[in-house]
Design a protein around this ligand. Structure first.
Ligand SMILES: Cc1ncc(COP(=O)(O)O)c(C=O)c1O
Length: 321
């Protein structure tokens, strides 16, 4: 990846809405195939694939998965065959959804796409794994979102990077906001916080789970499993897990009006692109929390930009409505 990613002020946006100075951790600039948070996870995951002499990678996601697109690019770079099992879990009825955005890029990177209903993912998976076993291929499987123990480490490293940037520039890191879905990003951050004894509040904005308790449970489980997997590291603080569920709207992959407005504001005031599934909902949440006065005690707030703008063209209808 390209790192450290920049930490930039959003001064025109901060001025527009008032409240603390907004800082953007530019993980949309991680450098691989238009960037995003999965590149940090893939640094660790692809190392694991190479360690295991894999020739084929299989991973999972929604049709417009950013994780799938970054995995496809990483496989292209490393000369591995890439199979993406993409589930039709989002009811976005426009033809652009299945042709443009990440889908177009997955194909450009030479990945093999297996698009299927959510209920068929297990069957597709079994069929593919059997096919590769019969052919004597060495498969490396990556869970949806790259949210394994090693993948999540990418975000512990991100926290360390962010804290040293804040310290060097005199920025307070009391509040760190980001979009949360498959738990790996938030588990990596909270694991890092505990391990490095960082004084900060990590606020995940739920953009995926109908029930936020499921997300909280997954984050806790993953972070605890990380401590169990590497017994040489010690928790210096209890795990802090905070998930805000107020910005999901009608569900995963369905843009809210506030999210479309927030994306438009960031584009027109800052020249930065956010997406309608993940980072745009986190941006909308942060703006709303500032407007509600919930961050009025802070000098600075950090928003981790986890990427996703590659899906914008798939959602053209949301912006034309
Ligand atoms: C752009 C973007 N932001 C945020 C997330 C959420 O990260 P995580 O799945 O690690 O919770 C994802 C992936 O799911 C993503 O693609």
């Amino acid at each position: 990846m390209h790192g450290p990613t920049p930490l930039e002020p959003m001064d025109r946006l901060s001025e527009e809405i008032g409240g603390p100075r907004i800082w953007l951790k530019r993980d949309d600039c991680t450098g691989l195939a238009t960037g995003g948070n999965k590149t940090r996870k893939l640094e660790f995951l692809m190392a694991e694939a190479i360690e295991q002499n894999a020739d084929t990678v299989v991973t999972y996601g929604a049709v417009q998965s950013n994780h799938a697109r970054q995995t496809a690019a990483a496989c292209a770079k490393l000369g591995l065959s890439c199979h993406l099992v993409l589930s039709e879990r989002v009811r976005w009825p426009h033809p652009s959804y299945v042709r443009q955005g990440n889908v177009q890029l997955d194909k450009l990177f030479g990945a093999h796409l297996h698009i299927c209903p959510v209920d068929d993912v297990a069957t597709q998976r079994a069929r593919l794994l059997q096919r590769f076993a019969d052919a004597g291929r060495q498969v490396f499987e990556i869970p949806a979102g790259g949210s394994s123990l090693r993948g999540a480490l990418g975000y512990s490293q991100c926290l360390q990077e962010l804290v040293s940037q804040c310290d060097a520039q005199g920025i307070a890191h009391d509040m760190i906001v980001h979009a949360s879905a498959s738990a790996g990003t938030q588990a990596g951050l909270v694991f890092g916080r505990s391990l490095l004894d960082v004084d900060c509040h990590i606020l995940g904005i739920n953009v995926f789970h109908p029930d936020p308790q499921t997300l909280k449970g997954r984050i806790r489980q993953l972070a605890e499993d990380m401590f169990n997997a590497w017994p040489a590291v010690t928790a210096l603080q209890p795990l802090q897990i905070d998930v805000n569920h107020a910005y999901l709207g009608d569900g995963y992959g369905l843009p809210t009006q506030a999210c479309i407005e927030a994306i438009t504001m960031a584009a027109q005031l800052e020249g930065v692109l956010f997406d309608p599934v993940y980072s745009g909902k986190a941006l909308a949440a942060m703006i709303d929390q500032i407007n509600l006065g919930n961050f009025s005690h802070l000098n600075d707030v950090v928003l981790v930009h986890t990427g996703g703008s590659a899906s914008l063209s798939a959602y053209v209808d949301a912006f034309e409505a």
